[in-house]
Design a protein. Structure first.
Length: 324
């Protein structure tokens, strides 16, 4: 029996497996990244994946390792360890926790939208979860100070609650279906506040920009603005189907005898519908923009432009990690 040929040490596992310049490639990548099953993996499995990835990057290929196994290890590794700092991420903040967590929170926001305490409670839970996710998936190695974290968290929660309660009182006299869209408006408003605040350090100091080979060229606040804008759009897009489609279905179902007879099925049904939307919306909206985003050097701040062109006058495009 012949040993399978050993893998070449030239596969670039720093990059995703699929071509990230196409939407389809990015979508395949994020379906892997957001796979909720990754949450069930044991610590030993994660450490094993880390060992395979780090050995491979260092040029050591374990005999008998197949390309599929290598990629599987890379995606397990990426699901649990921060790309820039390498530290193990909080379970709740990982991308693979997005679907189960959002499904539960969004389902409850859509179910319990009629009373003020319920609106307050679920918007608060949602923003607490968002704060953890934004902190866990921050771009670059920039640490967020506890006071910045606190400010962003309080502002986003206030923004969401004010929007939700304000719209709730406005929609009192409108058809019931419109009231069901209040949670979505509140979440969209909160995202516009939460993400820029959570990443304000990047807006002040800039995020690392690199050439196409990953060599760091400096920090740019223009790149940070573009990165944060793209993330806000993706996050609102992610929430949209889950908060737009179930209300229509539930509105129709609640008029039927079935739900009137079994009202306790309301919340589980709502959560299930939201989950169904999120399983697709989460990876597809993450894939809207390339993770390794780019912009022309000419769009950067003048002093950053000058520094880059001093090093390499021919360079036209810089790249940066947009965060999630």
């Amino acid at each position: 029996q012949k040993m399978p040929p050993s893998l070449p040490a030239t596969i670039n596992i720093r990059e995703p497996r699929w071509d990230q310049s196409t939407f389809q490639g990015r979508a395949k990548h994020f379906f892997m990244v957001t796979d909720p099953r990754n949450l069930l993996l044991s610590g030993a499995t994660l450490e094993e994946a880390r060992r395979v990835v780090e050995d491979y990057r260092a040029g050591t290929v374990p005999p008998g390792l197949t390309e599929d196994q290598l990629w599987r290890a890379k995606y397990i590794y990426d699901s649990a360890f921060h790309p820039d700092t390498g530290e193990k991420m909080l379970l709740v903040g990982r991308m693979s926790a997005q679907v189960p967590m959002n499904m539960t929170i969004t389902g409850c926001m859509l179910t319990f939208y009629r009373t003020t305490p319920a609106v307050l409670f679920w918007q608060w839970v949602n923003q607490s979860f968002n704060a953890i996710v934004n902190y866990t998936n921050r771009s670059g190695d920039a640490p967020i100070t506890p006071s910045q974290l606190g400010t962003a968290y309080v502002s986003a929660t206030t923004g969401a609650v004010v929007t939700a309660l304000g719209l709730k009182s406005l929609t009192k006299h409108l058809p019931a279906i419109i009231g069901r869209y209040v949670p979505f408006a509140a979440v969209a408003a909160a995202n516009c506040i939460n993400i820029p605040l959570m990443r304000q350090r990047e807006l002040k100091l800039g995020i690392p920009v690199t050439d196409e080979n990953g060599n760091r060229l400096g920090e740019s606040t223009a790149a940070a603005q573009k990165a944060i804008f793209q993330v806000v759009v993706s996050r609102i897009g992610m929430a949209a189907p889950a908060m737009a489609i179930p209300p229509v279905i539930m509105n129709a179902l609640e008029k039927r005898a079935f739900l009137k007879r079994y009202p306790y099925l309301n919340a589980p049904l709502q959560v299930g519908l939201v989950g169904l939307c999120l399983v697709f919306a989460t990876p597809l909206c993450c894939a809207l923009f390339p993770q390794k985003s780019s912009m022309p050097v000419s769009r950067l701040e003048p002093e950053v432009q000058a520094r880059i062109w001093e090093k390499d006058p021919r360079l036209e495009t810089v790249y940066f990690n947009k965060g999630l």
